[in-house]
Design a protein around this ligand. Structure first.
Ligand code: MG
Length: 387
């Protein structure tokens, strides 16, 4: 029996993971869960799974949660705030931490869990984008990627030597605007961007997919996860989203992993690793998904993808700034404060304004993140006045 903690249990990945745990009650003990604000669903999960620990990140919702659990006679130890997340991942008995939080908020808990020697099933790409310099140098803990592309590459690399890798090929669906003319990008609304053709995910990652920043962040994630240089990472548009990614080796062989677009497969892989389990979900019908197409990405149409590659090559503080500015820009776009085409402009201006430097400590990373957030918020203000 493995003791598992899910950070972000009310989000899309969290709910999928609970479906697996529900099905494999003998294999996993859900020791703790966390949510930011969605205490309605969190309470349902506490009633069903009876975790020993529950963390509510928002202190205000935490107090309400506490009153309701007392009323209903639910016994779960309540932890509060971002510190609560760190306490949760530090519990001795914890074997696996599934980090399914969105954004930079996932960095400190991921770092702490690895420091404590835990297995981290990582669905939070932002923690590697911002903290990759430090995380990749850690000697303790292990990361099993949950991001579907990285799970694919991880599987393709099993039993292989990283020195024999010619390139990593990350596939991208292209998002909802792959076939849309760039001259119409000015008309894109929040609803358009939230309408992903292949994957059903949370709002932030869905907008990231529509700008292709999601793929940019994944390139950076792949670099730190597998230790492959940026020149050896390529992005290929594959609208069918059947091939989840590929690895080309020095002999010319390309190994790929295919599957349906259901996050339960990479989540299950990370939770059961190194075993494979019969998950019992729909299987891929090769005849139904045929033909499979591949196209080169259009960096002019999707400047976010280029910004991500450039900031990775630049290194140091640049990926952190890229990620922070993107988080601010996407949130502002979702609030309809800026337009779709403003997203890459906010990011580029933030990158230009930020004085580049090296990253030596966790404090450096948090500081750079906060500073970049502030700079990009100022830039957003400028855009808001224009509207
Ligand atoms: Mg992905």
């Amino acid at each position: 029996m493995k003791n598992i903690i899910i950070l972000g249990s009310t989000g899309s990945i969290g709910k999928n993971a609970l479906d697996i745990i529900r099905k494999f009650k003998e294999e996993f003990n859900l020791l703790g869960i966390s949510a930011n604000k969605n205490i309605g669903l969190l309470l349902e999960q506490v009633e069903e799974f009876k975790p020993k620990f529950t963390c509510v990140v928002s202190e205000r919702e935490g107090k309400i949660f506490k009153d309701i659990t007392a009323e209903r006679g639910l016994s779960t130890k309540l932890l509060l705030g971002e510190k609560g997340l760190l306490d949760l991942v530090s519990i001795d008995q914890v074997d696996i931490v599934l980090v399914a939080i969105v954004g930079f908020a996932g960095f400190l808990p991921t770092y702490k869990a690895l420091k404590m020697g835990k297995r981290v099933a990582l669905a939070n790409k932002e923690s590697l984008v911002s903290g990759g310099e430090l995380i990749s140098k850690l000697k303790s803990g292990e990361i099993i990627p949950v991001d579907s592309e990285h799970s694919a590459i991880f599987q393709c690399l099993r039993g292989e030597s990283i020195e024999k890798v010619e390139r990593l090929i990350l596939t991208a669906s292209g998002g909802p605007f792959f076939r849309k003319g760039v001259e119409k990008f000015g008309e894109i609304t929040v609803n358009d961007a939230l309408n992903h053709p292949k994957w059903n995910m949370g709002a932030k990652i869905t907008v990231d997919s529509s700008t292709m920043m999601n793929k940019g962040l994944e390139v950076i994630e792949a670099h730190y996860l597998f230790g492959v240089s940026p020149e050896k990472i390529d992005v290929v548009i594959h609208p069918q989203s059947v091939v989840h990614s590929m690895v080309e080796f020095v002999d010319g062989s390309i190994i790929s992993q295919l599957g349906i677009t259901d996050m339960k497969i990479p989540i299950g892989y990370a939770l059961f690793y190194p075993e494979r389990e019969t998950l019992g979900f729909t299987r891929l019908d090769l005849f139904e998904v045929s033909p499979l197409e591949f196209f080169p990405p259009d960096f002019g149409k999707f400047p976010c993808l280029k910004l991500a590659f450039d900031s990775l090559k630049e290194g140091g503080t640049s990926p952190i700034v890229l990620n922070s500015a993107n988080e601010v820009a996407v949130e502002s776009f979702l609030k309809e404060e800026i337009g779709f085409m403003d997203i890459p402009i906010v990011i580029e201006e933030t990158l230009n304004k930020f004085e580049k430097g090296e990253v030596r400590s966790v404090d450096d990373i948090v500081y750079v993140h906060r500073m970049a957030e502030k700079i990009s918020m100022d830039i957003v203000q400028k855009f808001r006045k224009r509207v």
